[in-house]
Design a protein around this ligand. Structure first.
Ligand code: NAD
Length: 468
C-alpha cells in the first residue's frame, strides 16, 4: 500500500525534471522526469522483448495479473486520488479523483473478465472459417490531462489483456498521476510489460512516427489526432483516435426542468467541464427554456468550488493556465456577441490558481464561438429553440460527434430523436455516463475506433481468419 508521500517520492526526480504545479495554488508539487526519443527506442525494445512471453501466458493468467493489478490500485487508491487532485485539480469527492481511482480498478477488472472467443463466421458445405484476435505487438498510447489515470487504464488494460505490451506517454501536464498508476500496477505486472515515458509533445510525435508500434491509441484533441494520422501514415499502425467533442444536448418540451437540472449540471460541469464527452451546448425548447436556465442556475449556485484536496469541494480549478485563458476568452467573446451571463463569468484573474466559476450563458447567436468551439471548461451556452428539426440540425452542424443527449419525459420519443443525432453515443435523460462494458468512441471530427467491452478488446488486437 502506498501513501501520498511514498507515491510522490516514487514518481518525482530530485533535479533535472519538468515542474509540476498544483493548479489550485500554483505551488510546486515536484519535478517529473522527462524522456526523449532515445528513451523511446529503449522502451520499445524492452516492450518488444517482453511481448512474446506476456502473450504466451494466455488469457487466463493475464486476466489473473490484471485483477491483481486492480487489487494493488484499490490498496493505494487514496494515495492515487490525492495525487490526481493535487496535479490535475479535480476534487477528491463527487465525480472526482476517488471516483477516477475507482474507475481505474473497475476498467482493469472488466478488461480481465470480458470473454473474447474466436468467432465461427462460416460453417457450411463450402468450408469453415474462424475469426481470431491476436496480439498487435507493442501498443503505443498517448494520453490527455483531464482524466489522466482513468484514460491511461482505458488504454493499457485492454491492450495488456490481449497480449500486447504497452509504451505510454502521459500528457506533459499530468505525468505524475500516470507514473504513479504505473508504479502501483507494476508491483504485480512482469517487467517490461507496461512502460510510462513522461515527455512533451515532441515525444508524442516521435511515438506516432515510430515504426515498431502495431497499434497506437490516442486520446486528445482533434488537431493532434490529425497530426498522428499524418505521422503514422508511413508504417500504418492500427489507430484508435478518441478526439475532442462538442456534445449537444436537446431538451424536449415535455421534460421536467426541476427533475433534470442536477443531471444536466453534472453532464456539463463534471471535472469542471474538462471532459471529452461533457455537455458543451444545450438546446432547450422555448416553452421551458427559462425554467431550465433557472433550475440549472440554482444547482450551479450551490456547488462548492475550491482546491481539489479540500473535502468540501465539488468543483476544482482548471488544470492549466492556458485552459483558463481559453474559457475566459470564450466567455468574454460570448458577452460581446450579445450573450447574457446568468451566473458565473468574471473570474478573479489575479488570484492564485486557475479557478473559473461555473458559468451559464443564454441569448447567444447559434454561431457564437462559445457554441461552436470546444470550451473544455465550466461555461455552458444555452439556446432556446422552436422547431425540433432545427435543433437537430444545429446539433449535427459541427465537425464533432463524440456524445449527445436528449431529455424528455417520453423515453421512446427521445430515443427516436437520438437516432437522428450524429454522435458515437447519444444518452437519454443523462449525459456522459460511461461503462466498462459499453463501447465508446466518436464519429466525424471526434475520431474513430471503439474502446470498452468486447469491441474495445478487438480494437487492440489484430484479426486473423483461419479458413479450412
Ligand atoms: P492534446 O491533443 O493537446 O494532447 C494530448 C496528448 O498528445 C499529449 O500527451 C500531448 O503531449 C500529445 N501530443 C501533442 N502533440 C502531438 C503530436 N504532434 N503527436 C503526437 N502526440 C502529440 O490534448 P489535451 O489538451 O491533452 O486534451 C484535451 C482534448 O482531448 C480535448 O479536445 C478533449 O475533448 C480531448 N479528449 C478526448 C477524449 C475522448 O475519449 N474522445 C477523452 C479525453 C480528452
Amino acid at each position: 500500500m502506498q501513501t501520498y508521500e511514498t507515491l510522490l517520492a516514487a514518481v518525482t526526480t530530485p533535479d533535472g525534471g519538468s515542474s509540476v504545479t498544483d493548479p489550485a495554488t500554483d505551488e510546486l508539487i515536484g519535478l517529473a522526469p522527462e524522456r526523449g526519443s532515445a528513451d523511446l527506442d529503449r522502451a520499445v525494445a524492452v516492450a518488444r522483448t517482453a511481448q512474446p512471453g506476456w502473450e504466451a501466458l494466455g488469457h487466463e493468467e493475464r486476466s489473473r495479473l490484471l485483477n491483481a493489478a486492480a487489487d494493488a490500485v484499490d490498496a493505494s487508491a487514496e494515495a492515487l486520488a490525492q495525487l490526481i487532485s493535487r496535479e490535475q485539480g479535480k476534487p477528491l469527492n463527487g465525480p472526482g479523483s476517488r471516483f477516477e481511482a475507482g474507475g481505474v480498478s473497475a476498467w482493469l477488472r472488466t478488461a480481465a473478465a470480458t470473454p473474447l472467443e474466436p468467432e465461427r463466421v462460416l460453417d457450411d458445405e463450402s468450408g469453415q472459417a474462424t475469426l481470431h484476435y491476436r496480439a498487435a505487438g507493442v501498443v503505443g498510447a498517448i494520453g490527455p490531462w483531464n482524466w489522466p489515470a482513468l484514460i491511461a487504464a482505458w488504454q493499457f488494460a485492454p491492450a495488456l489483456r490481449m497480449g500486447n505490451t504497452v509504451v505510454m506517454k502521459p500528457s506533459e501536464h499530468t505525468p505524475l498521476s500516470v507514473l504513479a498508476l504505473a508504479a502501483i500496477v507494476n508491483q504485480v505486472l512482469p517487467d517490461g510489460v507496461l512502460t510510462v515515458l513522461p515527455g512533451d509533445r515532441d515525444l508524442g510525435a516521435a511515438m506516432a512516427a515510430h515504426p515498431e508500434f502495431g497499434k497506437l491509441m490516442f486520446t486528445g484533441s482533434t488537431r493532434t489526432g490529425r497530426a498522428i494520422v499524418r505521422s503514422s501514415a508511413g508504417h500504418l499502425p492500427r489507430l484508435t483516435l478518441e478526439l475532442g467533442g462538442n456534445d449537444p444536448g436537446i431538451v424536449l418540451p415535455d421534460a421536467d426542468p426541476a427533475a433534470i437540472a442536477e443531471d444536466l449540471f453534472w453532464g456539463a460541469f463534471i471535472n469542471t467541464g474538462q471532459t471529452c464527452a461533457a455537455l458543451k451546448r444545450l438546446y432547450v425548447h422555448e416553452t421551458i427554456h427559462d425554467d431550465v436556465v433557472d433550475a440549472l442556475a440554482a444547482v450551479a449556485a450551490r456547488m462548492p468550488m475550491g482546491p481539489g484536496t479540500s473535502e468540501a469541494s465539488l468543483l476544482g480549478p482548471l488544470t492549466t493556465a492556458d485552459q483558463f485563458r481559453i474559457v475566459d476568452k470564450l466567455v468574454e467573446q460570448a458577452k460581446a456577441d450579445g450573450g447574457r451571463l446568468v451566473i458565473g463569468g468574471n473570474p478573479d484573474r489575479g488570484a492564485p490558481g486557475n479557478f473559473y466559476p461555473a458559468t451559464l450563458v443564454t441569448d447567444l447567436p447559434l454561431d457564437a464561438s462559445l457554441v461552436v468551439e470546444e470550451q473544455f471548461g465550466p461555461a455552458l451556452p444555452i439556446m432556446a429553440y422552436t422547431d425540433l428539426d432545427e435543433a437537430i440540425a444545429q446539433a449535427n452542424a459541427l465537425d464533432a460527434g463524440l456524445g449527445a443527449s436528449v431529455w424528455s419525459g417520453d423515453v421512446e420519443r427521445a430515443t427516436r430523436v437520438a437516432a437522428r443525432i450524429e454522435a458515437g453515443t447519444v444518452w437519454v435523460n443523462k449525459h456522459g455516463t460511461v461503462h466498462p462494458m459499453v463501447p465508446f468512441g466518436g464519429v466525424k471530427g471526434s475520431g474513430y475506433g471503439l474502446e470498452f467491452g468486447v469491441e474495445g478488446l478487438k480494437a487492440v488486437a489484430v484479426p486473423q481468419v483461419i479458413a479450412t
